[in-house]
Write a protein that binds this ligand. Structure first.
Ligand code: M6R
Length: 364
């Protein structure tokens, strides 16, 4: 059932091009974004004054990226919260706030409770859910399914990638309807979304090199991931992938926060993974890389083809191909998934079923 792959996680990473394309294909018709299940008229979309995104774990990380996408592209203010916090913090949900809950399983206890809490306060809840017929899919006011297919490995990969696509489609749709992007800009974004599956496939082909690199860090006791903007969201997910399956302590930091404490943890040889996919932030990231490197860090950089500057500030560089700046997460996460995976494989860990974790967290 693993289809010849050593682990479900590897199989599911390889299913990402399909998960991504199955999630966008039914929703792009003649160059337009059609999300019937949204049940919202153009008037309704124009009326949204705020979006509140609630989820757990990796699904929360897609929400962090989505904040930058919705705010940057559609100019709608977004608040993102982990479900276990949201449900107990007496959240303020005003009229015209759209609540989005994101969940692969559709059964995560805290996310389901957050959905109910939002509904109790009169909000309409849109669920982005992978499992058809799950509790969240049944209880949400509208459901946009991610079509990633069944996911077995505890560490999510293809469902995460499909969630990003659903969020991009929504943000682009909202941006178009609200006049924040032109028809041509929308067309370009859709073209770029449609190119992602092939680009992801190409990135997966680099697995041997990443495995070789990962093998040098099997004994690491801590790893730091740094990024700014969307790259901070990617860093959070890269860090979770690594720690949940390899048991290496890792943290993601907004790169600008390093100076406020974290940099004191950098020692000779500490691995710092720097994600820099946002052109307007390249320079800032290069100085952060230099800062940790002068303190002895070994810097692995994930950046975009053509950003040659990064080579001066990093010890090892992994390039991703160019795409629209809002879509970079979909590509940058691939080498980071592979990195976490191969560290866990190298350490002989139980990759698909890491200790203490369940695939769906149905208790709080
Ligand atoms: O089923 P859900 O998407 O609601 O699950 C949320 C988290 O439990 C999940 O993403 C978890 O963080 C994964 N193990 C991450 O790989």
């Amino acid at each position: 059932e693993k289809g010849g792959y050593e682990h479900f996680m590897l199989k599911e990473m390889y299913e990402q091009p399909k998960a991504v394309s199955d999630t966008f294909s039914p929703r792009i018709k003649n160059g337009e974004i059609v999300i019937e299940e949204l049940n919202m008229s153009e008037e309704d979309i124009k009326k949204i004054r705020k979006i509140t995104i609630v989820a757990c774990g990796s699904a929360y990380h897609t929400g962090v990226t989505a904040k930058y996408v919705f705010e940057g592209m559609a100019r709608i203010p977004v608040e993102v919260d982990v479900a276990s916090e949201f449900r107990y913090r007496n959240p303020i949900l005003e009229e015209d706030t759209l609540v989005i809950v994101i969940s692969q399983s559709g059964e995560t206890a805290d996310t389901l409770a957050a959905l109910r809490e939002a509904q109790k306060r009169g909000a309409k809840v849109l669920g982005i859910v992978n499992v058809v017929g799950s509790s969240i899919a049944r209880e949400a006011d509208s459901v946009m399914h991610t079509w990633a297919g069944p996911e077995i490995a505890v560490a999510t990969t293809k469902a995460y990638s499909a969630q990003l696509i659903a969020l991009y489609l929504l943000a682009t749709k909202f941006a178009g309807v609200r006049g924040q992007i032109t028809g041509d800009e929308q067309k370009e974004i859709l073209d770029d979304i449609q190119r992602l599956p092939v680009q992801i496939e190409r990135l997966l082909e680099n697995k041997k090199n990443i495995q070789k690199f990962a093998n040098r860090y099997l004994a690491a006791d801590q790893v730091f991931f740094i990024g700014r903007g969307i790259d901070y969201g990617i860093s959070m997910e890269g860090s979770l992938k690594l720690k949940e399956i390899s048991y290496i302590h890792s943290e993601a930091y907004a790169a600008g926060e390093l100076k406020h404490g974290t940099i004191s943890l950098i020692e000779e040889g500490t691995l710092v993974v720097s994600v820099s996919t946002q052109k307007d932030l390249y320079k800032k990231m290069i100085s952060n890389m230099e800062e940790v490197r002068t303190r002895g860090a070994f810097v692995m950089a994930v950046s975009v083809e053509g950003n040659l500057e990064v080579e001066k500030a990093a010890d090892y560089v992994l390039y991703i191909p160019k795409t629209n700046k809002y879509l970079m997460n979909s590509l940058a996460i691939i080498p980071l998934q592979l990195f976490g995976y191969y560290i866990a494989v190298g350490k002989g860990a139980d990759v698909d079923k890491p200790r203490n974790l369940a695939k769906s967290v149905t208790v709080e």
